[in-house]
Design a protein. Structure first.
Lengths: 350, 289
């Protein structure tokens, strides 16, 4: 595909990215600091949703344990930042650790040709084992370098600092800029990735794995590739998350958060990138609002949302909305074509 | 010598525990190809049934052995009618819908009973002595119940008409329905029975673990990994998966502590799936139940 074609295909991506940039520069002037700090957390979660949207929506890989890479990234960042005394290399370490773990796990599941449903269950199990493993590290003997694991209470995350200048920490409003910029960059990267040859082969494998293999593509390698990349993106989300919240606890690995990630993508729509991001923001504010009252339990509402979408809106919101628009626009366009055609034929007759 | 017996008993108990929590899941998965992500919550509901019933003055044995499977079995049938039957043949959607159900049940139980532990009940039966060591009599009882449950499921599948019809439906649903079997009813009963076995397991474990709305999460990882490692056959799969993974877990826990034990269990399961993607019974004991 040539450059112009790629740009044309990516036009919607750039439109949404531009909206993001505008939001990024106006929000700190309009919103209060508290809201901005809250937003940073939501942005971190949106990056997580984006990573799952990529691996599930485009790779067709049912990863129920995307939070494992997210949490692993957050833990790796925190531990590395404490040990290095600065965040510059810690971010890189976080991405590397999560991707390396995903590559290792992916090797076993993809090269073992484990089917998609099993894959979901295995990734979920890995997540839950992380949860119980890190929860038990609550003694002074559990340290990695200078970092105390802290078990159930987790670790306080050192804030981000300017590159190669460990003394100058970023303030919460600056972390917001960093988070928003990271989200936009990750979004554009994913949007670009799915237009590349690699991305289109991944979609081909999602649609029909056997056919892709018969055409000569090694589906195991492509799946491993997209799985590893998405784990790296999830780790970026994890780094932002522990900066937004200020600490990282084993709770990131729990079943509730794993379910939440799935719900964002289901609600937003599989096969789109912007849908899950928007759904994350929406549901983040919904669950925050629900946390403020005690009539309806959070789990109850999310369970109902998940069942509702699986049974009645299986495609998710973004594709449903786009379908609706194209269906509305199509008749008008067809009518226009017919009018033009009629005018042409009328002209020849005259 | 006494130490060896005591350690062996712990090992056997660990295996039986794994088999007990996995059997209901294996029945539903083996017969219907449905992975029930609300499995942990069915266990939790069994536990709550026992706690509520004993607090209301019901004999603990009646509550554990009769009420828990009955209540959860009925819930299972309702769930199958309202939710699962729309999604047969769509494994991923079933998985997601049952996950929604899992959240729903956690939320419901939290709203009714609160998020903290409901009044706990202490395990009946005293301790038994093995020389200088002691073991819980209740754990021995659980091992016995697990074995009895396996025999009961085997007998049901092998000797009764329902078992024959169910096995036929499992092998070839179209042919069974052509021969006049109501496959929807078979699925409903199977799901109900699987839920009942799960409820029984949850009820039996309630005195050991206590009950919490979120306790399901502590079971499901182990149950899933056991069933998947075991493969498609219900009894042979669950038994071989439990023996292998429970054995590894027990040995590593004895040597290094419970944390490493669980990690060893998981690593063993992933290595196993690399070698045998269809589980143990995908390669060995293929013809077994």
């Amino acid at each position: 595909m040539n450059g112009r074609d790629t740009l044309r295909k990516m036009r919607p991506v750039f439109v949404f990215a531009l909206i993001g940039v505008i939001f990024m520069f106006t929000a700190p002037y309009v919103l209060q600091l508290f809201t901005i700090i809250n937003l940073t957390t939501a942005i971190a979660l949106a990056v997580l949703a984006l990573s799952l949207a990529l691996v599930w929506g485009f790779g067709g890989i049912l990863c129920f344990g995307q939070v494992a890479f997210f949490g692993l990234g957050a833990y790796a960042y925190t531990i590395a930042a404490i040990n290095f005394g600065g965040s510059t290399w810690a971010i890189l370490v976080a991405i590397m650790v999560a991707s390396a773990f995903a590559a290792l796990l992916g090797y076993f599941v993809f090269f073992g040709r484990v089917s998609d449903v099993y894959l979901g269950v295995i990734t979920l199990t890995v997540t839950l084992i992380f949860f119980s493993l890190i929860r038990r590290t609550s003694g002074p003997e559990y340290t990695i370098g200078k970092a105390l694991m802290g078990g159930f209470n987790g670790i306080t995350s050192p804030p981000l600092n300017l590159p190669w200048d460990a003394g100058s920490f970023l303030f919460p409003e600056h972390v917001f800029y960093v988070a928003m910029a990271a989200l936009i960059l990750c979004y554009v990267f994913c949007g670009w990735l799915v237009t590349t040859h690699f991305g289109r082969v991944c979609v081909g494998i999602r649609e029909n794995e056997l056919r892709a293999e018969l055409l000569g593509y090694d589906s195991r390698l492509y799946k491993l590739g997209i799985f590893t990349i998405s784990a790296g993106i999830a780790a970026i989300g994890g780094v932002l998350f522990c900066n937004g919240v200020g600490r990282i606890t084993p709770d990131v690995f729990n079943l509730y958060n794993a379910a939440l990630t799935i719900i964002w993508v289901i609600v937003g729509g599989r096969g789109t990138l912007i849908g899950p991001i928007v759904a994350t923001f929406g549901l983040f504010y919904l669950t925050s609002a629900l946390g403020g009252q005690s009539l309806f339990n959070n789990n109850l509402v999310l369970g109902i949302i998940l069942i509702f979408f699986v049974l009645l809106v299986p495609k998710g919101l973004a594709p449903t909305v786009t379908d609706w628009f194209t269906r509305r626009r199509k008749p008008r366009r067809a009518a226009g074509r017919r009018r033009r055609a009629a005018r042409r034929t009328g002209a020849t007759e005259a | 010598m006494d130490l060896v017996v005591a350690v062996l008993f712990q090992l056997v108990y660990g295996i039986a525990n794994l088999a007990l929590i996995s059997l209901g899941l294996a029945i539903i998965f083996g017969m219907m190809r449905v992975i029930n992500l609300a499995h942990g919550e069915f266990l939790m509901l069994g536990g709550y049934t026992v706690v509520v019933a004993t607090n209301a003055g019901v004999n603990i044995w009646v509550a554990m052995l009769i009420l828990a499977p009955l209540v959860v079995g009925i819930i299972g049938v309702i769930v199958e009618r309202l939710l699962i039957r729309w999604l047969y043949g769509r494994m991923v959607d079933t998985l997601l819908a049952t996950w929604g159900l899992s959240l729903l049940l956690i939320g419901l139980v939290t709203s009714i009973f609160g998020a903290s532990t409901a009044t706990t009940i202490s395990p009946p039966l005293g301790i038994i002595r093995i020389g200088d060591y002691s073991a819980s009599g209740y754990e021995l009882f659980l091992v016995g119940v697990t074995i009895a449950l396996f025999i009961a499921v085997y007998a049901t599948l092998k000797l009764t008409k329902l078992g024959l019809v169910a096995r036929g439906t499992m092998q070839n649903p179209e042919m069974s329905s052509a021969l006049g079997v109501s496959t929807t009813r078979v699925y409903m009963i199977t799901f109900g029975l699987g839920a009942a076995v799960t409820g029984l397991a949850g009820g039996l474990l309630a005195p050991v673990t206590g009950v919490l709305p979120t306790i399901g999460a502590t079971y499901i990882a182990k149950a899933f990994i056991t069933v998947i490692s075991g493969g498609a056959s219900i009894l042979a799969g669950t038994a071989s998966g439990s023996v292998l993974l429970g054995g590894i877990n027990g040995i590593f826990s004895f040597l290094t502590g419970p944390t490493i034990g669980e990690v060893a269990l998981l690593v063993a399961a992933i290595l196993l799936l690399r070698l045998m993607p269809r589980g143990i019974t995908g390669r060995f004991f293929r013809k077994s139940l």
